[in-house]
Every structure is written in structure tokens, then in C-alpha cells.
Design a protein. Structure first.
Lengths: 95, 469
């Protein structure tokens, strides 16, 4: 278990650095779409919620997982959708 | 076949992680951003489908129903929301993400204590951490949402001994965590931890004022990512850890940018409501303006004259413009001026609006092409060559006192240097001080003309006056 934890920490640290590198270059114009888009990515909790909700026997764990799936899906769908809505308005020339 | 599935799932997660990174990278330029967002969405779809293949996932019907319900609500929200309400939307979504992560941890904990006599120490620690971050993100975001919607006052809410109380609560959380490690089978200890986490989220956002919401929203965005990462540690799932870390990093960067733009430290934003008597929330009535200095007031006819005969105009929109829903009128004014051969550009301060980049979205909605929007560092050297700077509903971000008056609370804050333009026109409802409660010396400069009135009708009058040129 402790070994898994170490691997997790390595993955987390490296991913954080990639995040810093990638996002540092994003211009202020796009900060709001960036935020709603990355917000949708944090809806990745849906993967965890599905795993927790996976058991066929309905019990407290499953119910909590299912509520988690609903909330995370709202986050994912709402986040990506609203970002797309914003980005389609960014135009180079006047329409 | 069966033995390949775990590898297929892991490889799909890897593909999804790569798509998230590529998507975020493409979000870095307006031309590729829309594709970037779609690429990230495809990554999410792959991750979800792969997870459904997992051998422990059997409860398909209910999971699919849950996904359908969530999708319907999410799509409805995303379709209905006004662009001015984007901070609330993002705040609410942050909260849902945080809650989902916390629920994963709570569900896992319940599974452990019903199935096994012992909960491993590393598991308890990650679960506790996940509940804390997820819980704080959830209630903190909900409170930020309620404040932004105006259901409760946006001004900082404080009570005596707030800071010691919060520290005590945090201490109580640590003690209770220790208790849980010793006696994991006491449900009320775990419930206590959940309760404290939720309370901490509320107490964390309560003392933060409305003008600081860009910082809070960015920070909560980061938290929602960290919450997903923490849930990933609970499940030992790299997909959650990676995606959460990416979002955590992005939120931290935006938080830092916002703090820098207000020349304040993060600690100052989070805790300054204590003790220091700062904010006079821009209430009604003209505040203490020293009467002996003269304001130069003009009407819309004169304003239109100045704008129409200028060679170059820089428009400085503030949140006041968005509140007045004047962005479409502003765009029309710019169109009319361009028809006369005037060069029109927009200067965007990093904290204009209620969240990072908010003003850019509002102007994009009004069909302003994005190449005309200039960031602070790019437009400031241009003001020397600008005939008229038109300030609409902005105040502190154009106050020259930030440059030289060491006694001013906003000293050191980077500003848009509109006072360097040949002339400045300020459209303003009245003589209220800005968020910081500071009088703006820009208004009393010789080159500054005041145009009093509500932004939308004033600009519409300017449009019709310019049309007659």
C-alpha cells in the first residue's frame, strides 16, 4: 500500500509540473474559458464515483457513489458545454 | 480476453490524460481553444467508458441513469446561464466536483468499515484528506455562489474571535482525525469530520468581500482539482490523480495572477477582513469628496465631439459596464467611431469583471473581435499616443494614486494609465468611491472630463450623436 502511495505522489508531482508549464502560457483573454474548461476536467471525480457505485448490492456506499456520479456529470457536461458556448463567441473579425 | 481488460483500462486512462494535456495546451490560443476544449471532452468520454469496463462495475443501469440525470441538468445549466453570471456557474460547478470527490472518499470509507476489521493507516489518512478538501470546496463554492447571486450580501462577514475560532476548528479536525485512526469503527467520529469540513468551507469564504471573488473562484477551482486528486489517492487511481493535479496547478496559477493584479498577497485576501477597517461597500450617496477641487463635467454632445474628432480611442470597460448591460451599446459606439476612421481599442485590466478573463467573454458576446482587446502590459505604453481614453464603470484600476501615493490603500497596484492619454472621459453614475473606498484623483485632473449618468443610456446617446457626424 505504501508503495502505491509513493507512486501516486510521483505521478501527482509530475502532473502538477506539467500543469504549471502548460497553463502558464495561456493569455488573460482566455482565462475564463480556461477556468470553466479545467473545471470540467476536475469532474474526473466521475471515474471514482462510478467505481464506488459499481457494486450490484444496493448499500450506503453504492448510493453515495450514485449521488457522486450525478454531481460529477453535472460538472463535466456543464463545464465542457458552457466553455464551448463561450469559445464560439471569440471571433477574429466582426460577424 | 478477461485478463487484458485492466491493461486496456490503464491505457485508456493514459490516452485520456494525454488528451487533457493537449486540450489545455490548445486552450492557450483563441484560434485553437474551441478544439482544445473538445479534445479534453473526448478524453473525459474515453475515461468514463474505460471505467465502465472495470470488473467491479456491475451496476450499469443505475450508473447510466445517474449519468443521464447529471447530463440533463448540466446541459440545461450551460445553455441557460447568462455570460455575466459565469462566475456563479463556475463556482457552482466547482462545488459539485468537490462534493463528488468527497462522496467517493466517504463511500470508500464505508465500504472499508463494513467489509474489513482494520482500515490501513494510509487509507484513513487519504480518506480524511479527501473529505476535508472536497467538503471545503463544496460548501465554500456554494457560499461563493450565494454571495455572487446576491442572495446574501457580498460584503465580508465577520464576527469576534473569528480567526481563533477557525484555528480551533482546524485543531479539532486534526484531533478527530487522530481519533478516527485509533477507532475507525465509530461512525459518529467520521460524521464529525465531515461536519467540520463542511463548516470550514463556509467559514473560509464568509470573511471574503465581493471584490475579491476572482481570487476565491480561482482558488476554489484549484481546490476542486486537488479534491479529485485526493480521491485518486483513496482509490489509487492515476487518472484522478493526474487530472486533479492539472486542474490544481491551473487554479493556483490563476489565483496568483489575480493576487498580483490587485497587488495583494493571498493571505491578505483571505484574512484581511479581520481587524482592518477597509471596505466601504460602494453604497449610495456621494462620499467625502473634498469640495475645493473642480471637476470638469461635459454632456454627451461634447463627449461625442471629442470621440468623433479623435484619431485613436481606447475604451476601458469595468464591471460597472457589465452590470449596466452596456457592452452591446459600447460595441455599437466603437462601430460608429470606426466608420469615421477612428482607431478603437479596448484595454482590459486583469481584475476587470468578477473572474479572470470575465470582461473578455462579455465583450466577445457583444461581438467585439478579440484582437482589439489589449492586456494591461500591452496597452499602457500606447496611452501616450491616445487621443481619448473612455473609462466606463471602472474606478480603482485607473486611479493614478496607485503609482505615487504611498498612503493610498491601493498603492502599488498595477493600473491602466489612462491619465497619460491626451484626454480622458469618465462615464460614471455618481461620485461614489470605488471598492477600496479611495477617492480617485483621476477625476480631478485637468485633462479628465466627467460624463455622469448610467452607462447604457449615456453610451446610447453618444452613439446617436456620433451617427450625425
Amino acid at each position: 500500500m505504501a508503495e502505491g502511495l509513493m507512486i501516486g505522489l510521483v505521478v501527482f508531482t509530475l502532473a502538477t509540473f506539467i500543469g504549471f508549464e502548460v497553463i502558464n502560457k495561456i493569455p488573460p483573454t482566455l482565462h475564463t474559458p480556461l477556468m470553466s474548461g479545467s473545471n470540467a476536467i476536475s469532474g474526473i471525480a466521475i471515474v471514482g464515483a462510478i467505481l464506488v457505485a459499481g457494486d450490484r448490492n444496493l448499500q450506503l456506499t453504492t448510493i453515495l457513489g450514485l449521488i457522486g456520479v450525478v454531481l460529477a456529470t453535472i460538472n463535466v457536461v456543464g463545464g465542457f458545454w458552457v466553455t464551448d458556448r463561450m469559445l464560439q463567441m471569440f471571433k477574429k473579425k466582426e460577424a | 480476453m478477461q485478463e487484458f481488460i485492466p491493461s486496456v483500462i490503464e491505457l485508456s486512462y493514459l490516452v485520456a490524460a494525454v488528451l487533457f494535456i493537449v486540450g489545455l495546451k490548445k486552450l492557450g490560443s483563441p484560434a485553437t481553444a474551441r478544439n482544445g476544449n473538445r479534445i479534453a471532452a473526448v478524453g473525459m468520454l474515453i475515461a468514463i467508458v474505460a471505467t465502465l469496463l472495470h470488473q467491479n462495475v456491475l451496476n450499469y443501469e443505475m450508473i447510466l441513469v445517474a449519468i443521464a440525470i447529471g447530463s440533463a441538468i448540466g446541459a440545461l445549466m450551460a445553455n441557460r446561464v447568462e455570460m455575466t453570471a459565469m462566475p456563479q456557474m463556475v463556482g457552482l460547478l466547482n462545488g459539485f466536483g468537490g462534493a463528488a470527490s468527497a462522496l467517493v472518499a466517504v463511500g470508500e470509507f464505508w465500504r472499508y468499515i463494513t467489509a474489513t476489521p482494520e482500515v490501513p493507516l494510509s487509507e484513513t489518512v487519504t480518506i480524511v484528506l479527501s473529505v476535508l478538501i472536497g467538503g471545503v470546496t463544496f460548501t465554500g463554492s456554494l457560499l461563493a455562489f450565494v454571495k455572487l447571486e446576491g442572495w446574501i450580501s457580498g460584503s465580508p462577514i465577520t464576527f469576534p474571535l473569528q480567526q481563533p475560532f477557525n484555528l480551533t476548528l482546524l485543531g479539532a479536525f486534526l484531533v478527530t482525525s487522530g481519533w478516527l485512526i485509533v477507532e475507525p469503527h465509530q461512525p459518529f467520529v467520521f460524521l464529525g469530520l465531515i461536519g467540520i469540513s463542511l463548516l470550514l468551507g463556509i467559514l473560509f469564504v464568509l470573511p471574503i468581500g465581493g471584490a475579491d471573488t476572482p481570487v476565491v473562484i480561482s482558488l476554489l477551482n484549484s481546490f476542486s482539482g486537488l479534491a479529485a486528486s485526493a480521491a485518486g489517492f483513496v482509490l489509487m487511481n492515476n487518472m484522478l490523480i493526474i487530472a486533479g493535479a492539472l486542474v490544481g496547478a491551473s487554479g493556483i496559477i490563476l489565483t496568483e495572477i489575480m493576487c498580483k493584479a490587485m497587488n495583494r498577497s493571498l493571505a491578505n485576501v483571505l484574512f484581511s477582513a479581520f481587524g482592518s477597517a477597509q471596505t466601504t461597500t460602494g453604497g449610495g450617496g456621494s462620499s467625502s469628496i473634498t469640495g475645493d477641487r473642480a471637476l470638469r463635467q461635459i454632456d454627451t454632445e461634447e463627449g461625442a465631439m471629442m470621440l468623433g474628432y479623435a484619431k485613436s480611442v481606447v475604451i476601458v470597460p469595468g464591471y460597472g459596464m457589465a452590470v449596466a448591460q452596456a457592452q452591446h451599446a459600447v460595441r455599437e459606439l466603437a462601430d460608429q467611431l470606426e466608420r469615421l476612421g477612428v482607431e478603437v481599442r479596448y484595454a482590459i485590466h486583469p481584475v476587470a469583471g468578477r473572474m479572470p478573463g470575465h470582461m473578455n467573454v462579455l465583450l466577445a458576446e457583444a461581438n467585439v473581435p478579440y484582437p482589439k482587446l489589449y492586456d494591461m502590459d500591452d496597452i499602457n505604453p500606447e496611452f501616450d499616443r491616445t487621443d481619448v481614453a473612455l473609462v466606463i464603470g471602472a474606478n480603482d484600476v485607473v486611479n493614478p494614486a496607485a503609482r505615487h501615493d504611498k498612503n493610498s490603500p491601493i498603492y502599488g497596484m498595477p493600473i491602466l494609465e489612462v491619465d497619460r492619454a491626451h484626454h480622458t472621459i469618465v462615464i460614471k453614475r455618481g461620485m461614489n468611491a470605488g471598492f477600496s473606498g479611495v477617492e480617485n484623483e483621476l477625476f480631478f485632473k485637468d485633462k479628465t472630463m466627467m460624463l455622469f449618468g448610467s452607462a447604457k443610456p449615456v453610451i446610447e446617446q453618444l452613439v446617436s450623436a456620433v451617427k450625425e457626424f
